[in-house]
Design a protein around this ligand. Structure first.
Ligand SMILES: Nc1nc2c(ncn2[C@@H]2O[C@H](COP(=O)(O)OP(=O)(O)OP(=O)(O)O)[C@@H](O)[C@H]2O)c(=O)[nH]1
Length: 718
C-alpha cells in the first residue's frame, strides 16, 4: 500500500510551554479542527481539562500522551508530547530527540515564564526550529508587544510577528494577517470552526502598515535576492516571502509569531497553517547518522557492512521509503490490553505488520505484531509505516527506550538517547508481605517506562533500593506507585548513592581450616589489595602457582572477590577502584573445596580492605546554571557554601547567537557534590525570582572530606 502523504507533507512536532500556558487547551483545538475529535472539550467548566489530567495520571493514558497524529491541508502532523516540567528532563530530552520542529506556546499575560525559558534553551541545544503562538490574548492584561520584547530580552530570540491581535484582553476580537492584510474573526457559535476574513478595520491600519514594513524588512535581510528586490522597491510575492521565512525558521534565525486564544477558539487554524508552512518535514532536517553495528555470530551481515573498513563505520540514512528500515524507540509505555507499546520514530525505510526487525542492542530479532497510529484517545491499526512516521509498535518484548530497530539485512545503530545515571536512592518495602508481588511488578513497569529509574537489592539488608535522578523524580514515582498502581509501600529517607574505596596497599591471609573425625575443610589464601585510579573498577591478578592454589580454584576465587566488592568495609556501600593480587596460599589434597576457598578469600579481602585505609566516595554532579546577570553574585555565594567547584562562568548574550538581545544571561559550570543539591530547585527559584534554571548530570566520584564522612550512614538505615 502506498503512503497516504508524501514525506514532504509530514510534520513531527511538539508543543513546548510553561505549565498553564494552554498546551492542553490548544491541543484539544488542534485535534478538533483537524477532525480527530468530534466534540470539543468543555474547557470552560473544566471538564475537558480535568478529563485529560485524570487520564494522564492513569496508566493507560501515557499511551496517548506520547504521540498523536492528525491531518491538516493534505499533511500528516505527528504531535509529540513534550512535558514542560524542568524536573523531568528525561521526557523533554526524548521528545526533542525525535521531533523535527516545535510550537513554543506563551501566555499573553505571563510571557516568557521560567519553564518556557528552560524548554526554549533545551530546544536550542537540539537545534529544533520553532514557531511561536502567543495564547490567551483574551485575558485581562494580555500584551502582545510585551511578550515579543520578553522573547528578545530573556531568550535572545528574533521573533517575527506574522499577525497582530485585533484588540487585547476583553477587546480581543480576532487576528490580522500581516502578509495577506486580512482581518480574521472566528464564529463563536460553532466553536470557531469557521472564520471570516475581511478588510483591516481602519483603527488598525496604521499599526498594520508599520508592522508589515518591519516584517518585510526582517525577512528581506535573510535573503540576498529578496533584499535586492525590496531595496529596489519591487513587489515581493507572498510565495517568495514565505519561502524565505521558512528557510530562516529552519535555520533558527527567525521565529514566526502568531497569536490567539485557544480557549475562545480563536487563531488555531492559522497556527496549523504555520506548522505546515514553516516547520520542517523529515526531509528538511539532516539525514540521520549512525554506525554499522558489530553483529553477533549468526546475525545477518550485509554486504555493505562486511565491506566496511571498520566495524563502527559512520553511515547516514536518508529519510526515504526506499532506504533500509531504521527507527529509534523513544518511549515504552504500559498498555491495558497489549503487553506494552513501543513508540518509534521511523527514520528511513518502510515497516510492514508481521515483519521482523533487528534490535541492535539486544541482538534479537523481533516480530512486529501490530503497528498503531495513535490518535487522541484511540489507536488506529495500520499495515505499513513509512519513513518520517511516528508510530507505536506492539510485539517488541525486548526493546527499551533508546534502542535502534533496523532491517536485519542492513543494520545501523543510531545514536541512542543518552540518559544520565541515577544517583539518588531510597529503600522501599512492601507495607505487608502480600504487597510484595504487586510492588515487584510495578517497579518492573516503571523501569521499563523510565530509563533513569533503576531498582536493586541491598546485599546486606536485603532491602529493595530504588534509584533515580533527583528528589522530585523519586517522589513522583513513589506517588505513582501508590496512587496509580495501588501498591502499598513504605520508603525511607532519600540517600546519596555513596561508594567506597581504599587508599593504601595491604596484604593479609585468610584461612578457613576445620578438621573433624569425619571430614575436613581447608582453604588458605594470601592476597594484597591496592588502590586503582578513579573509575578503573576492579582488577585481579594471580601470582600463585599450582603448588599453592590448584588452578581450578583461581577463576572461582576471582569471581568471589569481585562479588565481595559489593560491600565496602566502612559502611557497606559498593567498592570501586581496587586491585587484588593473589600472592600465596596452600591447599589440602582432600579437604580443599570451592566453599573453603570462598570463605578464605572473603576473609582475606575483608581484612585487607579494612587495613588499606578505606575511604568513602560521593557522586559529584556537573551542574549547569543559567541565571540573569543581576542574580549571579548571590548564586555563586550560595554555590561556594555548598562545596561547589566553579569551573567557569560565561556570558551568553546576543553575540553568541547572532540574535539581538538586551538581556545578559550568565552560564555557570560547576562541580557539586550531589548531597549538596537537595532542595536546590526551590533555593535557586527563590534566589533568582524564578528566572534561574539548572541541570544536573552525574560526573564522577570523589572522596568525601573526612570531616563529613562520619555523617554518612547506610541507605535504609535511617
Ligand atoms: N483566558 C484564557 N484561558 C486559557 C486559554 N487557554 C487556556 N486557558 C486556561 O488556562 C488554564 C491552563 O490551560 P491548559 O490548557 O491546561 O494549560 P497547559 O499548558 O496544558 O497546562 P498543564 O497541563 O498544567 O501544563 C486552563 O484554566 C484553561 O482554561 C486562553 O486562550 N484564554
Amino acid at each position: 500500500m502506498a503512503r497516504e502523504y508524501p514525506i514532504e507533507n509530514v510534520r513531527n512536532i511538539g508543543i513546548a510551554a510553561h505549565i498553564d500556558a494552554g498546551k492542553t487547551t490548544t491541543t484539544e483545538r488542534i485535534l478538533f479542527y483537524t477532525g480527530k475529535k468530534h466534540k470539543i472539550g468543555a474547557v470552560d467548566d473544566g471538564t475537558a481539562e480535568m478529563d485529560w489530567m485524570v487520564q494522564e495520571r492513569e496508566r493507560g493514558v501515557t499511551i496517548t500522551a506520547a504521540a498523536t497524529t492528525c491531518f491538516w491541508q493534505e499533511h500528516a502532523i505527528h504531535l509529540i508530547d513534550t512535558p514542560g516540567h524542568v524536573d523531568f528532563t528525561v521526557e523533554v530530552e526524548r521528545s526533542l530527540r525525535v521531533l523535527d520542529g516545535a510550537i513554543a506556546l506563551f501566555c499573553a499575560v505571563g510571557g516568557v515564564e521560567p519553564q518556557s525559558e528552560t524548554v526554549w534553551r533545551q530546544a536550542e541545544r537540539y537545534d529544533v526550529p520553532r514557531i511561536i503562538f502567543v495564547n490567551k490574548m483574551d485575558r485581562v492584561g494580555a500584551n502582545f508587544t510585551r511578550v515579543l520584547e520578553m522573547m528578545q530580552e530573556q531568550l535572545g530570540a528574533n521573533p517575527l510577528p506574522l499577525q497582530l491581535p485585533m484588540g487585547e484582553g476583553a477587546d480581543f476580537a480576532g487576528v490580522i494577517d500581516l502578509v495577506t492584510q486580512r482581518a480574521m474573526r472566528w464564529d463563536a457559535t460553532d466553536f470557531g470552526q469557521t472564520y471570516v476574513e475581511a478588510e483591516v478595520p481602519p483603527e488598525f491600519q496604521d499599526e498594520v502598515a508599520q508592522a508589515r514594513e518591519v516584517l518585510y524588512e526582517s525577512v528581506a535581510v535573510e535573503d540576498e535576492a529578496l533584499l535586492e528586490k525590496y531595496l529596489g522597491g519591487e513587489e515581493i510575492t507572498h510565495a517568495e516571502l514565505l519561502t524565505v521565512i521558512r528557510a530562516a525558521t529552519l535555520q533558527g534565525k527567525l521565529f514566526p509569531v502568531l497569536c490567539g486564544s485557544s480557549l475562545k477558539n480563536q487563531g488555531v487554524q492559522p497556527l496549523l497553517d504555520a506548522v505546515i508552512d514553516f516547520l520542517p518535514s523529515p526531509v528538511d532536517v539532516p539525514p540521520i547518522e549512525g554506525t554499522v553495528p558489530h553483529l553477533a555470530s549468526g546475525g545477518a551481515r550485509s554486504k555493505r557492512a562486511k565491506n566496511a573498513s571498520a566495524e563502527q563505520d559512520k553511515v547516514t540514512r536518508l529519510a526515504n521509503d526506499d532506504a533500509p528500515f531504521s527507527a529509534l524507540a523513544f518511549k515504552v509505555a504500559s498498555h491495558p490490553t497489549v503487553d506494552k507499546l513501543v513508540y518509534c520514530r521511523i527514520y528511513s525505510g518502510v515497516l510492514k505488520r508481521g515483519e521482523v526487525v533487528y534490535n541492535v542492542r539486544s541482538e534479537k530479532r523481533e516480530r512486529i505484531n501490530r503497528i498503531l497510529q495513535m490518535h487522541a484517545n484511540k489507536e488506529a491499526v495500520c499495515d505499513t509505516a513509512y519513513a518520517g512516521d511516528i508510530v507505536a509498535l506492539v510485539g517488541l518484548k525486548d526493546t527499551k527506550t533508546g534502542d535502534t530497530l533496523t532491517d536485519p539485512r542492513e543494520p545501523i545503530l543510531l545514536e541512542s538517547i543518552t540518559f544520565p545515571n541515577p544517583v539518588i536512592s531510597i529503600a522501599i518495602e512492601p507495607e505487608r508481605a502480600s504487597d510484595a508481588d504487586a510492588l515487584e511488578e510495578t517497579l518492573e513497569k516503571l523501569m521499563d517506562e523510565d530509563p533513569t529509574f533503576t531498582v536493586g537489592i541491598d546485599k546486606e539488608t536485603g532491602q529493595r533500593i530504588i534509584s533515580g535522578m533527583g528528589e522530585l523524580h523519586l517522589e513522583v514515582l513513589t506517588d505513582r506507585m501508590i496512587r496509580e498502581f495501588g501498591v502499598n509501600a513504605r520508603v525511607s529517607k532519600l540517600q546519596v548513592a555513596y561508594r567506597e574505596t581504599i587508599s593504601a596497599l595491604a596484604e593479609t591471609r585468610g584461612t578457613h581450616i576445620h578438621k573433624t573425625d569425619e571430614e575436613g575443610i581447608y582453604g588458605d589464601v594470601l592476597l594484597t589489595v591496592e588502590p586503582l585510579a578513579r573509575g578503573e573498577g576492579f582488577q585481579f591478578e594471580d601470582n600463585t602457582d599450582e603448588t599453592q592454589i590448584p588452578r581450578q580454584y583461581v577463576p572461582f576465587i576471582e569471581k568471589v572477590l569481585e562479588g565481595a566488592m559489593g560491600t565496602g568495609p566502612r559502611i557497606g556501600y559498593p567498592m570501586q577502584d581496587v586491585k587484588v593480587t593473589l600472592t600465596g596460599g596452600s591447599y589440602h589434597p582432600t579437604d580443599s573445596s570451592e566453599v573453603a576457598f570462598e570463605a578464605a578469600a572473603v576473609l582475606a579481602f575483608e581484612n585487607a580492605t579494612r587495613k588499606a585505609n578505606p575511604l568513602l566516595l560521593e557522586p559529584i554532579m556537573r551542574m549547569h546554571i543559567t541565571v540573569p546577570d543581576e542574580h549571579v553574585g548571590k548564586v555563586i555565594g550560595d554555590l561556594n557554601s555548598r562545596r561547589a567547584q566553579i569551573n567557569e562562568s560565561t556570558t551568553q548574550d546576543a553575540s553568541d547567537t547572532g540574535r539581538p538581545s538586551q538581556s545578559t544571561q550568565i552560564v555557570i559550570n560547576a562541580f557539586i557534590p550531589l548531597s549538596e543539591t537537595f532542595q536546590y530547585t526551590t533555593r535557586l527559584r527563590s534566589m533568582t525570582q524564578g528566572r534561574g534554571a539548572f541541570t544536573l548530570e552525574f560526573s564522577h566520584y570523589e572522596v568525601v572530606p573526612s570531616a563529613l564522612a562520619p555523617d554518612v550512614s547506610r541507605i535504609g538505615s535511617t
